[in-house]
Design a binder for this molecule. Structure first.
Ligand code: SF4
Length: 368
C-alpha cells in the first residue's frame, strides 16, 4: 500500500471513528471532531513529502542491489541476505548520501588523516594543511573516543607525524600523479559493469616514481589495533583501484600498492607494500563479474542465502538477527522515484569513469 493510500484509509477511519460523536463536532466537516481534523491537518501537511514509488518489471532487479563497492562486496560475501536487506533498507544510493551518513568521529578522523597526508604529498605548507583539516572536521572538536584513541587533536597529531615522515625523506623518490590537471588524490571513480551494475571507489593517492615511472597506489588506513600484512595482502580494495589505473597508465604493467596504516594506539605509521601483477588484476575483474552474476542468480531464485556463520561479527549480533527470515517487503524500504533520480544523477559526479569493456581491452593489450 502506498503512503497516499495509507493516508486516505486513515482519513476514512478517522471520519468513521467514535470521535465523530464527541461534543466538538463541526457539522460542516462531515461529522469529524475538531481534534480529529487537527490531527488530519498535521498528517496532510506532510503530503508534500509523499514519495512516488516505483514498480519494477517482472524479473527486474532493484537498481539499489546493483550498486557495488569494496565494502558492499565484502558484505555480499559475508551474508548475501544481509547484503540484500542492507541495500534495500538504505537511503544511501549516491556519493552525497554516503558523505552525509558518515558523520561520525571515526569517519571524521579517517578523513582528516587522509586530507593531511594528501596535503603533505602535494607539498602544501603545514599551516595550509592544518587549516584544511580543521575546515573538514564536521563533528565536535572536543569529542574523544578514549578506547580507540580518536579525536580531532589526535588526528592532527597523526597528520603532523606524517608531515615529519615526509620531511625525513619518506616517498621522496615519488611525485604525485596528475589527472586532468588535478593532483591524483582522493580520486573518485565509477566502473560500469554489464547488466547495469556499477562499482565505485576512491583512490587515496597515485604517485609516480621520478626515475622509473613506476606507479604506486597509496591507500591510507587507520587502525585501532596492530597493522598486520594479512589484513591487506589479498584485499581487493586497492587492487581494484590499480585495475582502474590501467586506463590512466596504459604502458605500465605492474603496480605497487602501499597501505600506509596509522596505528591509533601506538601513534606510529606502518608501511605495507604489495606488488600487483597483471594476472592478479585480471582475476580481480573476473571475480567482480562473478559477483554480479551471483546477484542475478540469487534474484532469479528469489533467495539470497543466509550465511549463519556471519550472524555474530565484530563482537556483536547482526542487526537483522531475528528478523531476516521475515518477508523482504516488510523489513525494507520500497524503491522511490527520488532514489532512482539520485542513482542516475550520481554517475556525473565522479572524477573518473570507465567501462568494464575498456578495462578488459587495457588488460588484453598489456597482456599481449
Ligand atoms: S542475522 Fe545472520 S543470516 Fe540473518 S542477515 Fe544477519 S548475518 Fe545474515
Amino acid at each position: 500500500m502506498t503512503k497516499s493510500s495509507e493516508l486516505l484509509t486513515e482519513l476514512e477511519e478517522l471520519l468513521d471513528s467514535p470521535l465523530a460523536d464527541s461534543p466538538l463536532v463541526d457539522e460542516n466537516l462531515g461529522g469529524a471532531s475538531l481534534d480529529t481534523m487537527q490531527c488530519l491537518d498535521a498528517r496532510l501537511s506532510s503530503l508534500g513529502d509523499i514519495p512516488v514509488y516505483v514498480t519494477l518489471q517482472e524479473g527486474e532487479i532493484d537498481p539499489r542491489l546493483k550498486l557495488l563497492s569494496h565494502s558492499s562486496r565484502t558484505l555480499l560475501h559475508k551474508c548475501p541476505r544481509k547484503y540484500q536487506l542492507y541495500r534495500l533498507s538504505s537511503e544511501q544510493v549516491s556519493l552525497e548520501d554516503e558523505a552525509q551518513a558518515k558523520q561520525t568521529l571515526t569517519f571524521d578522523y579517517g578523513t582528516i588523516v587522509g586530507i593531511g597526508m594528501q596535503g603533505a604529498l602535494e607539498g602544501k605548507s603545514e599551516d595550509a594543511i592544518f587549516l584544511e583539516c580543521f575546515l573538514a572536521w564536521e563533528g565536535d572538536l572536543l569529542e574523544v573516543n578514549t578506547r580507540q584513541k580518536k579525536s580531532f587533536w589526535l588526528a592532527m597529531f597523526a597528520v603532523k607525524k606524517f608531515i615529519s615522515l615526509r620531511a625525513g625523506g619518506f616517498l621522496e623518490s615519488y611525485e604525485l600523479a596528475y589527472y586532468k590537471n588535478k593532483p591524483a588524490v582522493e580520486l573518485s571513480f565509477q566502473l560500469t559493469l554489464p547488466n547495469g551494475y556499477k562499482y565505485r571507489g576512491f583512490i587515496d593517492g597515485v604517485l609516480v616514481h621520478k626515475v622509473t615511472g613506476e606507479v604506486l597506489v597509496l591507500e591510507a588506513k587507520t587502525s585501532s589495533g596492530t597493522a598486520n600484512s594479512a589484513m591487506f595482502k589479498n584485499s581487493g580494495q586497492a587492487l581494484g583501484y590499480s585495475v582502474v589505473l590501467d586506463v590512466m597508465f596504459p604502458h605500465t604493467s605492474s603496480y605497487t600498492v602501499l597501505y600506509l596504516v596509522y596505528e591509533t594506539k601506538s601513534y606510529e605509521y606502518v608501511e605495507l607494500p604489495f606488488k600487483k601483477s597483471l594476472l592478479k588484476r585480471a582475476l580481480w575483474l573476473q571475480e567482480l563479474l562473478i559477483d554480479t552474476q551471483l546477484i542475478d542468480l540469487y534474484h532469479s531464485y528469489d533467495t539470497y542465502p543466509m550465511h549463519g556463520e556471519s550472524c555474530f561479527d565484530f563482537f556483536r549480533d547482526c542487526e537483522y538477527m531475528g528478523i531476516c527470515t521475515l518477508s523482504t517487503e516488510n523489513i525494507t524500504k520500497p524503491l522511490t522515484a527520488s532514489m532512482l533520480e539520485r542513482i542516475e544523477a550520481d554517475s556525473g559526479k565522479y572524477d573518473f569513469k570507465v567501462t568494464f569493456e575498456e578495462l578488459l581491452e587495457a588488460q588484453v593489450s598489456k597482456g599481449t
